[in-house]
Design a protein around this ligand. Structure first.
Ligand code: TF8
Length: 338
């Protein structure tokens, strides 16, 4: 009897205090807010994808989850924003996998130069078993990887000279992402690389602290790097994925329904982003030339020399990345091409 009375009291208490905020889909009625930050600017497909995520989540949760978006590194760079997710002071970030390797070393498998032959194979590997397994490893770091988006094949720009072959890398001061494999690969090519956060890159090129950088055409064009860079070559040396990350403490606090909604939205918005990004990468090389950049094509022969030059670096990194992960990814790439 006592239990019944207490339960009844509890119920009526909850009823009288619960007010109008209670929504049909939410658990508590209090709207939850996702603070989502990215490094690229509002013209980039990365931001368009993030807006898509916002639209889906706000609609499907009936306003129980609100998404506030921040572009251009307003909340920090890939690394510091990822740390903010771990601390629970930010809920979403979409970094490149390269800086994520500082959190989960296995992610460096995607930093192996000349790994993926094309975007379709990349999609299959990332969205397939091994790609999803890697996302699972983020949990130990208090992070939830919800999906892969696309940054894309990286191409070299610089303000010094046309780069047609490996000899032209000689001594070029190249900014790399904060990732050891990238650093060592560029050393092996003969360049003089410096790791740096993306947020500092434009100024570094403008002031001549570095001669060049490498990013997909979409980024080079939309971030206006042509204002401070004269040469572009289709090195296509690495395919960079993005990972859609959520803070684990925030994710764990969502209802099961809400977890499904954010997961599906991250996948759906990612499809949209990949599509826009591919269109962008296709059209912006021409626009870069229209803005005055000189384009140099890398011949198959010249690219093979680059492949050979970085081969010892890859060999050296296999154990650091984890042989098992490397083997699985190579196998998945092979399977995707059958
Ligand atoms: C880089 C990456 C970046 C992205 C972005 C800052 O060069 O390619 O463009 O990770 O989020 O740092």
């Amino acid at each position: 009897l006592l239990i019944t009375v207490l339960a009844a009291c509890g119920n009526s208490g909850a009823e009288s205090s619960s007010g109008e905020g209670e929504s049909a889909s939410g658990d508590s009625g209090e709207a939850k807010t996702i603070k989502a930050g990215i490094g690229l600017n509002s013209d980039h497909p990365q931001y368009k994808g993030l807006l898509k995520f916002k639209e889906i989540v706000e609609e499907k949760t009936d306003g129980a989850i609100k998404v506030d978006t921040y572009h251009s590194g307003q909340l920090g760079d890939d690394r510091s924003m990822t740390e903010a997710l771990q601390l629970g002071t930010q809920e979403v970030v979409i970094p490149s996998t390269a800086p994520l390797a500082n959190f989960v070393p296995e992610f460096s498998v995607f930093d192996i130069p000349f790994l993926f032959p094309n975007e379709q194979v990349a999609d299959e590997v990332l969205d397939g078993e091994v790609g999803q397994e890697l996302l699972g490893k983020l949990e130990e770091q208090n992070l939830v990887g919800l999906s892969y988006w696309e940054n894309g094949f990286r191409d070299l720009t610089n303000s010094e000279r046309a780069v047609a072959s490996i000899d032209d890398f000689d001594g070029l001061k190249i900014r790399t992402m904060e990732n050891d494999l990238h650093l060592d690969a560029f050393k092996a090519l003969g360049a003089n690389p410096t790791p740096m956060a993306f947020t500092e890159l434009f100024t570094a090129m403008q002031q001549g602290t570095v001669d060049g950088q490498e990013n997909p055409y979409a980024t080079i064009y939309l971030q206006k790097f042509y204002e401070v860079q004269d040469h572009v070559s289709n090195t296509h040396h690495i395919y960079s994925p993005f990972v859609f990350l959520m803070s684990k403490s925030f994710y764990d606090g969502l209802t099961e329904d809400q977890q499904k909604i954010v997961k599906d939205a991250a996948v759906e918005a990612g499809k949209h982003e990949r599509k826009l990004n591919r269109e962008a990468n296709e059209k912006y090389l021409k626009q870069l030339q229209e803005e005055g950049m000189e384009y140099t094509e890398i011949s198959d022969e010249a690219r093979q020399e680059m492949v050979d030059a970085v081969a010892p670096v890859i060999e050296d990194y296999k154990s650091k990345i984890g042989e098992e992960t490397v083997d699985k990814v190579y196998q998945a790439i092979e399977d995707a091409q059958k």
